[in-house]
Write a protein that binds this ligand. Sequence first.
Ligand SMILES: *[C@@H]1O[C@H](CO)[C@@H](O)[C@H](O)[C@H]1NC(C)=O
Ligand SMILES: *[C@@H]1O[C@H](CO)[C@@H](O)[C@H](O)[C@H]1NC(C)=O
Length: 503
Amino acid sequence: MSRLSVAQIIPGVVLLLLSAVGILLLVLPNRDVRIPPESMYGIVLDAGSSHTSLYIYKWPADKQNGTGIVTQHSECHAKGGGISSYAGVPGGAAESLKACLDQAMKDIPKSRHHQTLLYLGATAGMRLLKIVNATESDRVLKEVGNKLRSYPFKLKEATILSGAEEGAYGWVTVNYLNENFVKYGFVGHWVNPGKRTIGALDLGGASTQITFETSEKVEDSREMKELNLYGQVHRVYTHSFLCYGQDQFLKKLMAHLIKTQGAKPLIAHPCYPRNFSMSIKLGEDVFDSPCTKSFRPAQFDPQMSITVQGTGDNHNCFSIVQKIFSFDNCSYSKCSIDGVFQPNVRGNFMAFSAYFFTYRYISQLSNISITSISQMEKALELVCNMTISEMTKRIKQPEKYMRRVCAVSHYIQFLLKQAYKFNDASFPSISFQEKVGGTSVGWALGYMLILSNMVPAESFALTKALPAGPWACILFLFIALLFIGVGYLLITYKKTRTKEGMV
Ligand SMILES: *[C@@H]1O[C@H](CO)[C@@H](O)[C@H](O)[C@H]1NC(C)=O
Ligand SMILES: *[C@@H]1O[C@H](CO)[C@@H](O)[C@H](O)[C@H]1NC(C)=O
């Protein structure tokens, strides 16, 4: 009988175990599996033009630097309009935030309330109100600030973000969530993953932003931001188009139709579904915004009510959408629209907010998986021909979203193709996404990360990470140990058999 004695096996088995453990420790990503005793929290209120959202972020109390550490804890969407819609309604904006702030009081453990940083950033809705009436926009902001101060959280800032800030913060969010800045490495240290960054495409209610890293010369210095993150300089092109958010775009489209058809009681709208009609007031719904100023008739009755009748005409919808964009007056070597310089798009992009929802609607409505511009055109032809009841039946979404799908999709398609100059080769590099790993994609997270210095300018710990060379050496030694262990066992086993054979 060939049997190894325990004393013969032990050294080999110990060697095997030792080397296996060593190799596993080196190769497996070293993440903290234990739940940290307590989390830290931060709150950002995204005061958009159409509504306000509150996001609560959390991270382990003992760590804050590096990507993938901050995640979204919860979110809350305030009922009613954006804070700018409460112009002339004292108390309205503050009241609109109450429900979400009360929710935040419950979502965040009481012991952390006083350490929780609170930020409010208002975007294009408030930028427009500031143009119309700066006194009133100041009053709304002050009112909202006072409301925030009545909670135990640490209010750091309640302000109107510039378009460039909005674009840059969105870009930071996208790349933070994709771990493009730094990555948690195999030996428990942060390393630079050496990945290229992703561009950000954001479509809100009143403005739209395009932001991406470029090595081209940015001919208009106002559109160039140098972001210093983790010791690396990123040259980022960003532009925010005010009045090109989906709501303001629809207003301009309406104003254009009224201008061309005349301010009469019935207006035909090729982008709205067949048999769909709605009633609007000239003063409140169309000419209340600085974005439609250039379309305004010399004289009109703001109280006049007109009926908008949808005709569901894909071809005509495309031609009127096109008329809202201007390609004239470019004083640079090249422009996107309205005389705005733009370098060539490059690399991957993430398109979020209204881009994502519209993309999802037309994909689901048409049942086409859209990966090229021509597929998008095909989907649009189907969607623009549907009646509103066909749409709501098919994807169970409220009418207020469905009626605008055709118009907004044509708008997005035109913006991407004609303005930003994505083509069939670069279109597939756009990923339409709402969330990354449970965290909403938008400017809010990037805003908090930058303002709280959680994405620091200088590099840290990068040099502490075990460099690839020594790591490979140690791994090699453990593998060698593994072979020695196996070799030892084999030899001992053979020797025993030979001995037995002689007996
Ligand atoms: C994060 O990085 C900043 C800047 O390098 C540093 O001041 C701060 O102490 C770091 N925080 C933690 C928790 O490591
Ligand atoms: C601007 O708002 C203030 C109230 O904050 C109001 O008194 C004033 O009349 C408004 N101005 C215009 C031009 O609407």
